[in-house]
Design a protein around this ligand. Structure first.
Ligand code: PLP
Length: 407
């Protein structure tokens, strides 16, 4: 069998044939799918080989395992795929997106006296983690509107040690200028971290835009089927990857073999799913924009979106993601609840990125800990609905939205 040149493969080919990354030999009887290795412990021929296995590499150069918390074949197979998909030097998978965020913040070097500058509209629990875990040990947390045209001046004035952003904001899908953030972070000597959960490597690879660390909640688009909770951190630097492995082991935050298998399986259709979800999102946002019960639509794929040009420059494949938000004409909690209760196809689910279309009400879910005034400051009105577009036939989605909006 000829050796494969994996580095030349496009993302969709890489994800479908990912098992070849882990089995390059021409042994006959090789499985096409990585078997699930449930063992917590691995035996070696003698004590000398066991000793060597603690380094993670066998004498023949193959990966070696000792104890599942330190690594298992399914997690390691997934790490290889995600590192290559994001053009990183390595990746570490975790038991959830939050565990991945925690480890990334630790690996960024945050310590007593250091300062992190983060986008003010990050996923709520990320801000919660910064305040509950990092502020008490002496880290200064500064939040700013980093979609502002003055972002370069803000970074220069704050002189942070670490910068933390998300590719698209939740729920209004505001776009952040990753090139401006990473270059100014370099200028001031800050480590740059981006949570790319909403975009995936199908539409942006932040390491190519100069970022040091990329995070995903793999629970969302990467897994895609709503049946596995997982996170991943990919880095452009070997020393950071090593630290991440250390934190995963010490904190016991490893991803289980079965969930690693589910995410690996989900990834095979990531490109197909994203293509459909992004296409459906354009059609749905155009439909909602003209609907008499809708006040406003937030979707970077619409030419009317204030950052449409920036999104077109940053995002690949002329795709703008599968997530949008819209505001009902009647801007009340009652109207939003009524709309959600009338849906027959779309699921009222507090998640995103699945094959199913899912609606959530940010004031009740992701932004429930903010006051109405704070939410309004971020532009999240009481009539705001977040919509994660699924892979269903778009006409069925439109029909469901229409009947719920008019009922
Ligand atoms: C942008 C973003 N990052 C991280 C997370 C946390 O991921 P998990 O729920 O897998 O811990 C979420 C969850 O919704 C999210 O939306």
């Amino acid at each position: 069998m000829k050796e494969h040149d994996f580095s030349s493969w496009a993302l969709d080919t890489l994800l479908v044939h990912s098992n070849k990354l882990n089995h390059t030999s021409s042994n006959s009887g090789q499985p096409t799918v990585e078997p699930i290795s449930t063992s917590t412990t691995y035996l070696h021929r003698n004590a000398e080989m066991l000793d060597q296995a603690f380094s993670g590499i066998s004498p023949s150069g193959e990966p070696a395992y000792v104890y599942a918390r330190q690594g298992n074949p399914n997690a390691q197979a997934l790490e290889k795929i995600l590192a290559q998909a994001e053009n990183g030097v390595g990746a570490v998978v975790f038991g959830s997106g939050m565990a991945a965020i925690h480890a990334a913040l630790l690996a960024s070097g945050l310590a007593p006296g250091s300062k992190i500058l983060a986008a003010q509209d990050l996923y709520g629990p990320t801000i919660g983690m910064l305040r509950a875990i990092f502020v008490p040990v002496g880290v200064e947390v500064v939040l700013h509107d980093l979609c502002s045209p003055n972002v370069i001046e803000i970074v220069r004035a704050e002189q942070p040690d670490v910068m933390y952003v998300e590719t698209l904001s939740n729920p209004l899908a505001k776009v952040i200028d990753l090139d401006a953030i990473s270059s100014t972070a370099k200028e001031v000597g800050a480590v740059s971290i981006v949570d790319s959960t909403f975009t995936t490597p199908y539409i942006i690879k932040p390491i190519d835009h100069g970022f040091d660390i990329v995070i995903h909640s793999a629970t969302k688009y990467l897994g895609g089927h709503g049946d596995a909770t997982a996170g991943v951190v990919i880095s452009a630097h070997n020393n950071i990857v090593e630290q991440l492995h250390g934190y995963a082991t010490m904190l016991g935050a490893m991803l289980s073999p079965f969930d690693s298998y589910l995410i690996t399986r989900g990834l095979k259709t990531l490109a197909l799913r994203m293509e459909r979800q992004c296409h459906n999102a354009v059609v749905i946002s155009q439909f909602l924009q003209k609907h008499k019960a809708v006040e406003r639509v937030h979707y970077p794929g619409l030419p009317s979106h204030p950052q449409h040009d920036l999104a077109s420059r940053l995002l690949m494949n002329h795709r703008y993601g599968g997530l949008l938000a819209f505001e009902l004409k009647e801007q009340t909690r009652e109207a939003a609840f009524h709309f959600m209760d009338k849906l027959q196809l779309c699921l009222p689910a507090t998640t995103l990125g699945d094959v199913y279309s899912e609606v959530s009400y940010p004031a009740m879910s992701s932004h429930r800990n903010l006051t109405t005034v704070e939410r309004q400051k971020f532009g999240i009105t009481d009539g705001c609905i977040r919509f994660s577009v699924g892979i269903e036939d778009v006409n069925d989605i439109l029909h469901d939205l229409d009947q719920a909006l008019l009922s």
